[in-house]
Design a protein around this ligand. Structure first.
Ligand code: DAH
Length: 341
């Protein structure tokens, strides 16, 4: 009996198959109910009691062996049928990790920077923990300006000199102008902080991109042209812009820029509150006081500046209604931007 098992094992071991059909034939020959391995079971009854244990074990082993052999023959054909396995790539990870996605605010910030880089702007950055000089005083904020108030600004210490979290990226203008003579053409991305109650429309931190261009003979016309170039690249070639007079301490004259509402195409809807326009940034000609404070001669140089909120642009581009979604990092929200880059 043991010899019979051994012979059968060798026979199975040597078995080959040229296609799937042949594999199936082998399975029927050895493993089906009427197959050769099952036939051994019939003989098992006549095995003397003292050998039953050993023989039983050997038959079981043979069954396992035959099953594995036939499975491996079958797998070989399955692999062959799958084209993608034709070239086996051994460098591929066995269990691929799911890749993360870029945060929507990074996507929008990068897009803003890319557009301005295409117009000759370079990137400058500055610290988030700032002092009163860089955030307010150098930018022509009068000492009693409400923006310095505790309600807006997070102060870290008020003694001996104010240390605070910057409330806008305009502070980077000062830092760059203090150490560089014109021409200066920069965009400054970064996070800013304001002491606001958190709601769908306000947060205690958000992101801005500041722009600054200082050279001889820079005029408001240059500013308008650059901003039009930005708006049409960011929101589409048919986008229109409009500049409304406004006030900022560090620019004179100052303006706020609206773009034509891309939801209703200017007809008036909920997003633009029926006006056909949505505000996207503040801008103006750099106030001579600011140039002077930063060591640049206002009789020789002029310049413009602008500042925009990245969340604001992202809201308009992706129609996100609640600002809090940007900082909650709910993976379902972030995955919606998988195709953005
Ligand atoms: N710093 C302003 C703010 O946070 C935005 C701003 C407006 C920046 C006009 C500028 C500018 O450079 O010219 O609201």
């Amino acid at each position: 009996m043991l010899d019979k098992i051994k012979a059968l094992r060798e026979e199975i071991n040597a078995a080959i198959a040229s296609d799937m059909e042949a594999v199936e034939q082998l399975r029927i020959k050895y493993l089906s109910k009427k197959g050769l391995v099952s036939a051994l079971m019939a003989d098992f009854r006549s095995v003397p009691a003292d050998q039953k244990r050993e023989v039983g074990q050997k038959i079981n082993e043979l069954k396992t062996f035959a099953t594995e052999k036939i499975n491996s023959l079958r797998d070989a054909f399955l692999l062959k049928e799958d084209d993608s396995c034709d070239e086996l790539d051994l460098t591929r990870t066995a269990s691929p990790e799911q890749l993360g996605t870029r945060h929507p605010l990074s996507v929008v910030r990068n897009e803003i920077l890319r557009i301005f880089a295409g117009m000759g702007f370079t990137i400058a950055e500055g610290p988030e923990i700032e002092d009163d000089w860089h955030v307010f005083e150098s930018l022509n904020f009068p000492p009693d300006h409400p923006a310095r108030d505790m309600q807006d600004t997070f102060f870290i210490s008020r003694d001996p000199s104010d240390v605070l979290l910057r409330t806008h990226t305009s502070s980077v203008q000062t830092r760059v102008m203090e150490r560089t003579q014109p021409p200066i053409r920069i965009v400054c991305p970064g996070r800013v902080y304001r002491n606001e109650a958190i709601s769908a429309r306000a947060h205690c931190f958000f992101h801005q991109v500041e722009g600054l261009y200082i050279d001889r003979n820079v005029s408001f016309v240059d500013l308008k042209q650059v901003l039009l170039g930005f708006a049409t690249r960011m929101f589409g070639p048919d986008t229109k812009i409009r500049l409304r007079p406004s006030y900022f301490p560090f620019t004179e004259p100052s303006a706020e820029m609206d773009i034509s509402c891309d939801i209703c195409g200017g007809k008036g809807c909920a997003l633009c509150k029926g006006t056909g326009w949505v505000e996207i940034l503040g801008c103006g000609m750099v106030d001579p006081n600011v140039l002077e404070a930063c060591g640049i001669d206002p009789d020789v140089y002029t310049g413009y500046a602008f500042g925009m909120g990245v969340e604001r642009i992202a809201n308009l581009k992706y129609k996100v209604k609640d600002l809090r979604l940007f900082s909650e990092n709910d993976i379902r929200f972030l995955r919606e931007f998988e195709s953005a880059h």
